[in-house]
Design a protein around this ligand. Sequence first.
Ligand code: AMP
Length: 392
Amino acid sequence: MKKIADLDVEGKKVLVRCDFNVPLKGAAVQDDTRIVEALPTIKALLERRAAVILMSHLGRPDGKAVPEYSLRPVSERLSQLLGREVKFAEDTIGDSAKKLASGLKPGEILLLENLRFNPGEEGNDPGFARSLASMGELFVQDAFGTVHRKHASMVGVPGILPSAAGLLLQKEIEYLSKGLNPERPLLVCLGGAKLETKIPIIENMLEKADTILIGGGMAYTLLKSQGKKVGRSIVDENNISTAENILKKAREKSVDLQLPSDHIATDDFKDPKKIEQTGDDEIPGDLIGVDIAAKTVDKYIKSIMKAKTIVLNGPMGVFEKDEFASGTRRILEAVIESTRKGASSIVGGGDTVSAIENLGFSKDGFSHVSTGGGASLKFLEGKALPGIKVLG
Ligand code: AMP
């Protein structure tokens, strides 16, 4: 894969695909993490005297110009962060974009309007890709959060222009690769609501991991497949036999796949009147399992402290509610402690990142917190990602 350092960018117009899909509050950027993460590539290009044309999507405007999804607030925030002007085109491939792009000088920056205002972006339309490509001479891919999407700016443009990976994309690949080629023992800790979305990563990790810890709602489908009582906990009825197969394969491959041995259970996870800690791995009556409890936490922490590489994806419980956040909090603390003692920790998944932030942890405690939820999951499933493959 070509890297940004391999391109001769001086005096050239460089199109850069970023992931500026940031949450907005009215016309202001609510969380600028993704903009900050894009700065190293932008600065490197400016230092090397490139004319930088940035493009991104924001939200799901479905191929129409929807003012609330305009990237203008991003151009303003970016301009503040860089301390210099960021020109803004009112369209993506229209007159405004073309005029501003053709007049752009080395050391200047232009941001195009939301790519998804045009149906050609998500439709991977070759004509749309050609129009984008015509505005630049080189292409840099830095939108890690979107690399699993076969969209025009992700695969079409790099099919036309000489292209390379930006610094954020390189960093993501470098760290996530450690999850696929790990220093052992490799421990994978998975949680979240649904088993279904995590089946491919479990299957890939059954080939690679020494230990797999399961928490969150997905644990109940696995427990139910063992014939355990799970009350009214979330169960993916369509995947009971897949769950059985997962457990069988783990035994065959001697992967230490651990399930919760006790739970925090409630009558109603939105408005709980009753909260109980179970004595074993079954949920009594018609209660709902919402967090892992003390025995499970202790058992999981022991494994985490022995691991040299840790992949963490998904919360251990309904962390959004304080009463059910303890399992997630204690597992995050253990991963931070293990990282401090020399393990590599790789965290992915939008909800895991929200848990880190909402529970007051710093991302600095982990070796790598991925900027792409879906993309990091796909990467760890071992899939070739279209936006990366095209750079090879
Ligand atoms: P996911 O997007 O699949 O990673 O799921 C994240 C969501 O899983 C979070 O919003 C959690 O509240 C939710 N979650 C975690 N544990 C449970 C559980 N035991 N029952 C229902 N939802 C859960």
